[in-house]
Design a protein around this ligand. Sequence first.
Ligand code: SF4
Length: 149
Amino acid sequence: MTLPGGETQAAARSPDLQEAPRSCPSAPAAPGARLLGLLGPDGRVHNLKSVMTVDAEFLEAASEAGPVEARMRFASRCQTSGCAQWTGSRCGVIDKALAHIEAALPVEAGALPPCTIRSDCRWYAQTGARACGACSYIVTDRRAQLAAE
Ligand code: SF4
């Protein structure tokens, strides 16, 4: 139902539906997602400098070397309340990461890592440059890391 001013009832009830769509920086590896970065030998994710959208063929080829989300990070539209990580008002992933990653110190303006989604990144919108300081340490599929610990 549309309310005066064009606002729907659902949007009026739910603050997360009122803002512009944002990008999830740790999204599933699925056709149409954007490849955000690659895990390097230093254990950190290194972001691409230009946008690359992946398709099924790319993902199939990449999966031959093992779980794709353990080696690559993808971005796609933030699902807000449709995601298990949504707390009701924000993404819980970056908050947990900032609480645990010691290196997540504020980075100086101008020292932000390259990133193709910063303009609409969910984590950056929530936490600013601190999110970018922690971001490169976050691996979507941590099963391999956890098994080694
Ligand atoms: S947290 Fe920063 S570096 Fe990571 S995806 Fe968002 S804007 Fe890019």
